[in-house]
Design a protein around this ligand. Structure first.
Ligand SMILES: Nc1ncnc2c1ncn2[C@@H]1O[C@H](COP(=O)(O)OP(=O)(O)O)[C@@H](O)[C@H]1O
Ligand SMILES: [Mg+2]
Length: 241
């Protein structure tokens, strides 16, 4: 291997997650093309916590959807540990979503007919036919950390918003993803539940070394992260390092 090639490889290992020149446009109502993400780049280190803030409609959800491979960019790529996400075929992309990424949305999206523990174990069943003892142990560890152990046989309809959201966090972490993506995770919670969830997300980020990327309007949550980026005009500006 020549030294030039070696250098390039070292560079790609700089951040665990490398977002490279992502561009995404949508057609507006009038038919004009609107650029939402404009050659946006970002590097996220192993275990780092990052907040993304910005006005409504600035493209925060669009960006998270790309990072979670829920949508494809027009151009650019995302590299996880040097490996290109968007050159994967559909099967590998589904595996990537299931194994490497955890997603928490503003609304918990738990299945109402399943118990809390069954909801948490659902992503395990996407890849295998039965829950193994390692996954069961992992689920038990998570419900203890998230203080929902005593609720494990309840259904979502019997739980508070904060308890449902903590369940959604456990579900996102069950497969030990490298990155946890959260899109306004405290947006539908009252102040107390919101603060509790913010502290838990940070605690899990430290204990599990899972990188955390959170889109939020809450300055309380954003200020707890290592870095804050503002998304504006399709690009990210670092506002706190
Ligand atoms: N699938 C889509 N089709 C067309 N326009 C979209 C689509 N998704 C998002 N948009 C537009 O892109 C812009 C950014 O949306 P979004 O990423 O949801 O912003 P944010 O999460 O920052 O509020 C908005 O103007 C929205 O209407
Ligand atoms: Mg959004």
């Amino acid at each position: 291997m020549n030294s030039k090639r070696k250098n390039t490889q070292l560079e790609t290992q700089k951040g665990m997650l490398e977002i490279k020149s992502l561009t995404k446009s949508f057609q507006s109502g009038s038919g004009a093309l609107r650029i939402i993400l404009d050659e946006l780049s970002l590097s996220v280190q192993d275990g780092e916590s990052v907040a993304i803030v910005g006005p409504s409609g600035s493209g925060k959800t669009t960006l998270l959807n790309m990072l979670g491979a829920l949508d494809r960019p027009d151009s650019g790529d995302v590299l996880l540990n040097g490996e290109s996400v968007f050159s994967k075929n559909e099967k590998r992309l589904a595996e990537f979503r299931n194994q490497s990424i955890g997603f928490v949305f503003q609304l918990h999206h738990l299945l109402p007919q399943l118990t809390l523990i069954e909801n948490i174990l659902l992503p395990v069943l996407a890849q295998q036919s039965a829950v193994d003892s390692t996954s069961r142990k992992r689920a038990e560890e998570l419900i203890l950390k998230l203080s929902i152990a005593e609720l494990q046989n309840q259904k979502p309809g019997q739980l508070s918003g904060g308890e449902c959201q903590r369940t959604a966090v456990a579900r996102a972490l069950i497969n030990q993803p490298k990155i946890l993506l959260a899109d306004e995770p405290t947006g539908a919670l009252d102040q107390q539940s919101s603060n509790q969830l913010a502290d838990l997300l940070l605690q899990l980020n430290r204990e599990e070394r899972t990188s955390l990327i959170v889109v939020t309007h809450s300055m309380n949550l954003a200020s707890k992260m290592d870095k804050i980026y503002q998304l504006e005009n399709g690009k990210l500006q670092l506002t706190k390092a």
